[in-house]
Design a protein around this ligand. Structure first.
Ligand SMILES: Nc1ncnc2c1ncn2[C@@H]1O[C@H](COP(=O)(O)OP(=O)(O)O)[C@@H](O)[C@H]1O
Ligand SMILES: N[C@@H](CCC(=O)OP(=O)(O)O)C(=O)O
Length: 272
């Protein structure tokens, strides 16, 4: 029955992490970007309304400037993001243009999503772009975000965007096959959890930190994203972006990862 809901999904938010779109040294991974853009373009051509939430600005900035390891301060991170965001958009714009898909850049902060007027503006703009068949590409507006106004990670940002645009589904693509009972770096013997219906204490303690220098939050922020989706009854999937055709697979009802579904009395509420 759940496969049917996945097959019917039209408005789909897809989040890609730093671990996927950049090499470990921070250079953009053109092969993966191409694979992703091809799949999103196919969904777009099939009449769906994909929205992309992409990380990678900080990572790509680190790659371009040749810095090593994690940026030390918030300001350093913001400066890397200012360099990397342009690189990211340049690649997306070029790749989507090959498939005739027009894209738009949306940079948001937590403040934008919480302030009633700014939120309404962001919602109306995204709505209109989708009506125009433009594919919105979202990231946090890293260069202006202080601790007080930033979302801080793109997993929860993507869940907030899914709520903002009344999405039917959120798909988080990462460098792992889904949520495991423990961090697969330390326990490679475990199998991925295929369905999660409740965010239990056990799951929260299983969720470890980020796997890459540019990444933020690891599985913990992905569970926080699931909690936001749960409130609105939006199903969510964590899967590997390394898998060929992963988006088509999910949208045809087969989930090669972890499906978060909310069967117990979570009525779907709309209205951003
Ligand atoms: N329970 C878990 N299941 C799966 N991955 C986990 C878990 N705990 C920690 N991780 C780590 O989370 C990483 C993915 O998060 P992150 O590095 O932030 O990636 P992304 O850039 O895609 O958001 C994985 O590479 C993995 O090492
Ligand atoms: N806004 C940041 C993304 C931070 C983030 O959440 O990264 P990730 O954990 O890789 O999704 C950037 O573009 O680098």
């Amino acid at each position: 029955m759940y496969a049917e809901e996945l097959r019917r999904a039209r408005r789909v938010v897809v989040k890609v992490g730093t671990s996927l779109v950049t090499h470990p040294n921070g250079r953009l991974h053109q092969g993966r970007l191409e694979m992703l853009v091809r799949q999103l373009s196919d969904l777009h051509a099939a009449g769906l309304e994909p929205v992309l939430v992409t990380s990678g600005a900080v990572g790509a900035g680190i790659g371009r400037l040749g810095a090593e390891g994690r940026p030390a301060s918030l300001t350093e991170k913001q400066a890397f993001a200012a360099v990397g965001q342009g690189l990211l958009m340049h690649s997306y714009e070029k790749l989507f243009a090959e498939y005739g898909v027009t894209v738009a850049q949306i940079l948001l902060t937590r403040e934008d999503l919480e302030h009633p007027e700014r939120r309404a503006n962001a919602r109306a703009t995204m709505q209109l772009l989708l009506e125009w068949r433009v594919l919105p590409i979202v990231n946090e507006n890293d260069t202006v975000t202080s601790e007080e106004i930033r979302v801080g990670d793109n997993d929860t940002l993507s869940a907030r965007v899914a709520v903002l645009v009344d999405a039917d589904l959120l798909i988080i693509l990462s460098d792992v096959d889904g949520l495991f009972p423990a961090d697969p770096r330390s326990r490679p013997d475990l199998e991925v959890l295929s369905v999660v219906e409740e965010l239990s204490e056990e799951l929260w303690s299983a969720a470890g930190g980020a796997g890459t220098p540019g990444g933020t939050g690891g599985m913990r922020t992905k569970l926080e994203a699931a909690a936001i989706c749960q409130e609105r009854g939006i199903p969510m999937v964590i899967a590997s972006g390394h898998r060929q055709g992963v988006l088509t697979e999910i949208l045809s009802g087969e989930v090669p990862g972890t499906l978060f579904r909310w069967p117990h009395g979570t009525a779907r509420r709309r209205g951003g």
